[in-house]
Every structure is written in C-alpha cells, then in structure tokens.
Design a protein around this ligand. Structure first.
Ligand SMILES: Cc1cc2nc3c(=O)[nH]c(=O)nc-3n(C[C@H](O)[C@H](O)[C@H](O)COP(=O)(O)OP(=O)(O)OC[C@H]3O[C@@H](n4cnc5c(N)ncnc54)[C@H](O)[C@@H]3O)c2cc1C
Length: 499
C-alpha cells in the first residue's frame, strides 16, 4: 500500500511541476525534431525509414494489425539512453510508442504512425542474485530468455506461458502463468522496478522506495513511466510435470465441467494451472478442445488435471521436464495473421459456459467466408488463491480482487487474413461478448474484471478495477508524471484517463 507520506510528497512535487507546460507538436514535426536529435547523438541506434532494417523492425510484432510506420525507431542500449530519449520527446513535443515484446495485439498499442518508436529490444541484461532469490531482467527480454538463464541453477519464475511473449507487458498488466494459484500473478512476483519518469529522471520503485509507484505499476500499465529493469522473485523449481491433452468435440460438456471444477476447487496448495481452449477449423468443421497443463514437481501424470485425464482423449502426453524444456516447445511466431482477443469474466458455471460456447460456435458459421479465419474459444482460469497472494503479501496490486471467488475469463481469440475484414471481426466479437455478458449479469454470474492482456482494443479494463484503485492510480500518475508525458505523448496500451 502506498504510504500517505510518500503520496503527499509526490503530490507536492506535482504541484511544483504543474507550473511547467508540455508542448505537443504536430505529429510529423515533433518526430522530425526528435529523430534528428537522436540521430545526431546516437547514430546507428536510430533506424530511419530508408534504413535496410526498417521494415524488419517496424514489423517485429505478433499481430499484423500492429504494423505501423514510425517516423524513426530508436533502439537504446541502456537506461540512461531511454531517459535521454524521453527528455528529447518532451523537448520536441514528439509523440512516441514503447515496444517490449510486441505482443499486445492491436494497432497503436505498441507502435505509432509517423511518431517515434522506442524499441527496447537491446535492453537484454539478465542477472541472477548470488543467493538465487531474485533475477534482474531488462525489458528487451522474452520469457524464454529468462527461463533459459534460470535453468542451470534449477530456478524458475512466474512469467509468460508461451516462450516469445515479452517480459514488460506481463509485468505491467498482470501476467497469467501456469502456477499463479500458488505464487500469484507475474506482477505479484516483481520486487522492484527501475523506472524512467516523464521528466527524464530514473527512479526505483519497490516496497521501501516510492512504494506508491511500486503498487501502481502492478497492473497500471504504461501510465507512469518506462521500466528499464524488473527485479523478479526466482523460485527453486527445477522440474514441472506437464500434460498435453486433446479431445473430440463430443467431449465438450465434460471438458467445460472439468474446467469449472478446476476453478472451483483450487486452494493453491499444489501449484498448477493451464491453457484451456477450443479451436474450430472452419474448413473441416473440426472442433478440438485442448489442455496444456503444468504442475510444480515430478508427480506424473499431474494430479490437478485428473478431471481432464478422466475424459477419453485423442492425445495424452504426460512428461516431467525442466521448465525451459517445456517452454521451448511453445512458440507463437510473429506476423502469422491479424488477430483480435476479447473477453469477459464469469463465475465458474458449467451450464452458462456451455451455452456461451454453443453460441460462439454458431456465430463462427456467420463469418465462415472470412479469409484465413482461425477462431479459438479460450477459458482462462483465475483462481481465488491467486488473488490471495496479493491480499497477503503486504503490497497488493491495482486489480484489488477479492479472494472469495474464482473466475473464468471466457475469451474469443480470432485470427483472419485481410484488413478489409477488420471492422467486421470487431463488430462480430463485441456484439457476441456484450450479449452474453448481459445474460451473465442478469444471472448474477458476471464480473466486470477485464484482463488487459486478453482485452480487445474497444474494451476498458480500468473500468473493471475498483474505483478507489483507479482514483489512486490517477493521483500517483499525476504526482510522478505531472506534465502528462505518458498520457499525452505516449501512444498505446490502456490509459487511465481523467475523472
Ligand atoms: C500469443 C500470445 C500469448 C499470450 N500469452 C499470455 C500469457 O500466457 N499470459 C499472459 O498474462 N498474457 C499473455 N498474452 C498477453 C500478453 O500479456 C500481452 O500481450 C502483453 O502486453 C505482452 O507483453 P509484451 O512485452 O510482449 O508486449 P508489448 O506489446 O511490447 O507491450 C505491452 C504494452 O506495454 C507497454 N510497454 C512495453 N514495455 C514497456 C516498458 N518497459 N515500460 C512501460 N511500458 C511498456 C507497451 O507500450 C504496450 O502498451 C499473450 C499474448 C499473445 C499474443
């Protein structure tokens, strides 16, 4: 919890700084100014539209929709260069975007047309503490890099489930990992953030130093500054027990029931979690429910997935692996398609989830003419025991979830090929989501919680946070970024807005 004293001090700083003004230049003029200054200081670290590697960098994104055309791309190699870049953006009034792993999948979330793209790819330091308790990670790393570095010491940490997802996104917006039921979200495992603020200064935020900012960064996204280092708890977990299971469509009722049971009965004593999804091959009409399950330790098959293992499967693959052996298999290549995620949140309820699934399947038929269609129905379990971690660790997080209820985030992940279908796909998903969310509200089954990592660009995750947490984040933002650099010059992601 932020102390009243530190917040008061920060508010004083805000009051003093409010005498200054932030000038916002015309988009192109601001970028020209910033790019020219950055080139003169940093030369080859700045990529211009006529550079040979411009296209590769401007398209280093997971979702093709996120490919935009920045005026230049600055690739700093240390935190002081990031700080210098922020000062340059402010002095030029230049708009900019920040890219970590580039997985947030909507246009403008991590890239910018005509402005400056600050690509953090080169900040790839990883340092494990001598006592193995923590690991310091630069924001240019992917989770596979972190798991690889930890592996020789038999260590693991709470991060992304697929290997190429970026570190910064998860640490700033939440972070679903397999073992959240015992260890909490990825953000709950960050013990310190190094941050460049909007005035170009570098600060540390942890439980003793700027504790208000520390709390706000846990779920508050890119509203406060640019994180140049995450210090993360390292866990002594040398082995995990894994299961991959696929089923026929006829298994859907039992599959949804097993998901609900998993959510309802999870005291967090055994660290285990999953990726649960149903893919629909529109061409063949084939529905494939699948489970990727991971449990801490070497018990195989992993006991937490017994309800799934009891369903006749088309494939079951149980293994005991090192974490890096597991993650190395789980790729999510960039630029495969245009993709949109969107989700709502429901209490674990088999009957209602089955209805939603059936409605989704029927609705997919309405868009069957869309080229390259790749629809997936995902059920992401958010166990109450994960919320308990934040409630009891003395820090908390901005989600402020109660730990008396587990939830299931029901999500549409839809891929397609052509820009001409973008609007149609958005309308299709949003209408279906809203209809079923209304039904769930009427049945008292819904939550307004929306996870930024699985949200559509038309959704507002902050609206689902407790109002007092949003107010507090706004106060902290105004204290640490009184000029509004990350509100007014920085494109992308989910912004806090005003009262
Ligand atoms: C294939 C796939 C799998 C996924 N799997 C998971 C999963 O297992 N668990 C989960 O929780 N989520 C998952 N997600 C969602 C994921 O958490 C988000 O997309 C997340 O934003 C990715 O982080 P990134 O660094 O790659 O993203 P980026 O798009 O680079 O960054 C995300 C946002 O943070 C901002 N940002 C980036 N770096 C910084 C920084 N250093 N300081 C301040 N702001 C910054 C960016 O501007 C952007 O707005 C998945 C997404 C995809 C596409």
């Amino acid at each position: 919890m932020p102390s009243k004293l530190s917040l008061a001090g920060s508010l004083l700083t805000a009051a003093l700084a409010s005498a200054q003004n932030l000038t916002i230049a015309n988009l192109t003029a601001g970028a020209n100014c910033a790019c020219t200054q950055l080139v003169s200081t940093y030369g080859d670290l700045v990529i211009l539209p006529d550079s040979t590697n411009y296209t590769a960098e401007a398209t280093d994104y997971w979702d093709i929709r996120a490919d935009l055309l920045p005026g230049c791309i600055f690739m700093p190699s240390d935190a002081s260069q990031v700080a210098d870049a922020v000062s340059t953006f402010v002095s030029c009034g230049s708009q900019f975007a920040i890219r970590g792993g580039g997985h947030m999948n909507f246009p403008g979330s991590n890239n910018i047309n005509e402005g400056v793209l600050l690509a953090l790819n080169n900040l790839t330091d990883i340092t494990i503490a001598n006592d193995n308790s923590t690991v310091e990670v630069g924001p240019g790393n992917r989770w596979v890099d972190v798991y690889t570095a930890l592996s020789p010491r038999g260590l693991y940490c709470i991060g992304g489930r697929l290997k190429t997802i970026g570190v910064p996104g998860l640490e700033l917006i939440g972070g679903f990992h397999y073992l959240i039921n015992k260890y909490g979200m990825a953000m709950d495992n960050v013990v310190s953030y190094d941050v460049v603020l909007g005035n170009g200064t570098q600060v540390v935020a942890n439980s003793t130093c700027n504790p208000d900012l520390f709390w706000a960064l846990k779920g508050g996204a890119n509203n406060f500054g640019i994180v140049t280092k995450f210090t993360i708890t390292a866990l002594p977990i040398p082995y995990i027990s894994t299961t991959i299971q696929t089923f026929n469509e006829s298994a859907i009722p039992a599959f949804i029931e097993a998901t609900v049971q998993m959510a309802e009965n999870d005291p967090g004593d055994i660290a285990a979690g999953s990726v649960i999804s149903v893919t629909y091959n529109q061409t063949t009409g084939k529905i494939v429910p699948s489970l990727l399950g991971v449990q801490e330790g070497t018990e195989s098959p992993p006991s937490r997935f017994a309800n799934f293992s009891a369903i006749p499967s088309t494939l079951t693959l149980n293994n005991v692996l090192t974490p890096i052996e597991w993650h190395s298999q789980l790729d999510s290549p960039n630029q495969m398609m245009r993709v949109q995620f969107a989700h709502k949140t429901i209490k674990p309820d088999t009957a209602q989830l089955t209805k939603i699934y059936e409605a989704w399947k029927t609705a997919v038929d309405e868009i069957s003419d869309v080229e390259g269609l790749l629809p997936t129905f995902v059920m992401n379990v958010l166990p109450a025991s994960a919320a308990s971690v934040a409630k009891n660790n003395g820090v908390g997080n901005t989600w402020g979830l109660d730990d008396d209820q587990s939830w299931i985030l029901w999500q549409f992940s839809t891929g397609w090929a052509n820009a001409v279908d973008d609007l149609r796909m958005t309308n299709w998903a949003s209408k279906l989501l809203d209809y079923w969310h209304l039904q769930n509200q009427a049945l008292n089954l819904s939550s307004e919680f929306i996870y930024m990592g699985d949200a559509g660009e038309y959704q507002d995750p902050f609206a689902g946070f407790p109002l007092e947490n949003v107010q507090r984040m706004r106060e902290i933002r105004d204290a640490y970024d009184p000029l509004g650099v990350f509100t007014r010059l920085n494109w992308g992601g989910f912004k806090l807005g005003s009262n």
